[in-house]
Write a protein of this length. Structure first.
Length: 362
């Protein structure tokens, strides 16, 4: 494992950079700016190709642009929404980045490597209001929503980090924050990532994970694209779910599952139910039985996730026999289930753990 953290992560920003990040501009805004500085329209295509496809780190590297234009870009815009202030590399080559925003807030993104697959996990908010009891991200509450470009630029940061023969194949919106609580910016970011004119990743390669905001799930079902939906369930009944995912108190499993069924009816896409296994809390055979009953007849897949340790929390993952037993019960009851492989186990792999550690040092 290797770990590098810049000291600037720990320092408050004295004054925010007033320049806008270039990718926060719409195409029309960039075109208007080019016209206003006396540049030709075809420069738009060149600049966007550099920003979205190429693996560069500054405007200076846009070698087919005149030096004067590169200078104007540098004066007027920031190259990126982020400063990279932390970088951890696990022995399985999972990499986690800690990114500082212009207002000094911190977010994380991760790339996980499997043969032929590079999955990027991105954040949608600074912190999270959902308060799931096993999660480091919720411990400090939510500070603000990320903008659309702050969401999709995390994928570009990883894209630029990968080797020449590697590419981003999948995106999971499972990092810090509740994506559907920042719906409009999320959808604008997904539009950027999935449209051919921009990043061009197929919608079927993008998964949004939510603790479940029923109205938003129904809206998401009707967005017209084939994105995947994952629901963080974590418990087979309301009483236990409300203890683990406090926001469930205002939602309730019935309403959530109705919205999930609606998503399936509208899109025909199977839903993944995420279930973090917490030792002695929700990992008993009786819980597996109850979960199987809850999901019976639904086109569902259960992703069992042994909890990633968070040093501030007392909860732990169950041992392997317990995890295997839980999975077997589901399968025996006809519910497809898999245990998610641990990635990045020797770095701060839990969602929000790296950010939390830095926040505590400030
Ligand atoms: S698990 Fe997800 S929804 Fe729950 S507190 Fe953490 S970031 Fe928020």
């Amino acid at each position: 494992m290797s770990d590098s953290i810049s000291q600037s992560a720990l320092l408050p920003q004295l004054s925010a950079d007033m320049r806008r990040p270039l990718l926060a501009l719409t195409e029309q805004e960039l075109l208007d700016w080019l016209t206003s500085v006396g540049e030709k329209k075809f420069r738009l295509k060149q600049i966007r190709k550099w920003m979205i496809e190429r693996r560069i780190k500054s405007f200076d590297q846009m070698t087919d642009l005149p030096a004067a234009l590169r200078q104007k870009l540098t004066t007027e815009f920031r190259f990126s929404s982020f400063e990279q202030v932390g970088h951890q590399i696990a022995s399985d080559r999972t990499e986690k980045l800690l990114l500082k925003l212009n207002d000094s807030e911190l977010v994380e993104c991760v790339v996980m490597r499997e043969p032929g697959r590079h999955t990027v996990c991105i954040s949608t908010q600074v912190g999270c209001a959902m308060g799931c009891v096993f999660c480091a991200s919720g411990l400090l509450g939510v500070k603000r929503d990320l903008t659309a470009s702050e969401i999709f630029e995390q994928v570009l940061v990883i894209h630029r980090l990968l080797a020449d023969d590697e590419r981003v194949t999948n995106v999971v919106v499972m990092g810090i924050g509740e994506p559907l609580a920042n719906y409009d910016n999320l959808m604008a970011a997904l539009e950027f990532l999935s449209s051919e004119e921009n990043f061009g990743l197929g919608a079927r390669r993008i998964t949004v994970s939510t603790v479940g905001l029923p109205k938003k799930i129904r809206e998401f079902a009707r967005n017209g694209k084939q994105f995947n939906l994952a629901i963080s369930l974590h418990a087979p009944n309301d009483e236990l779910r409300t203890k683990i995912v406090p926001v469930n108190r205002n939602i309730g499993l019935n309403e959530l599952l109705d919205a999930a069924d609606d998503f399936f009816e509208v899109t025909g896409r199977r839903i993944s139910y995420e279930y973090v296994l917490l030792s002695g809390v929700n990992d008993q055979p009786a819980h597996a039985e109850e979960l199987a009953t809850l999901l019976r007849g639904r086109n569902a897949h259960v992703n069992l996730i042994p909890m990633n340790g968070v040093s501030e929390l007392v909860m732990t993952a169950p041992g392997e026999p317990m995890t295997r037993r839980f999975c077997e019960i589901l399968e025996q009851r006809g519910i497809p289930a898999t245990v998610r492989k641990r990635k990045g186990a020797d770095i701060d792999a839990a969602c929000g753990q790296l950010r939390l550690n830095r926040e505590q040092q400030r």
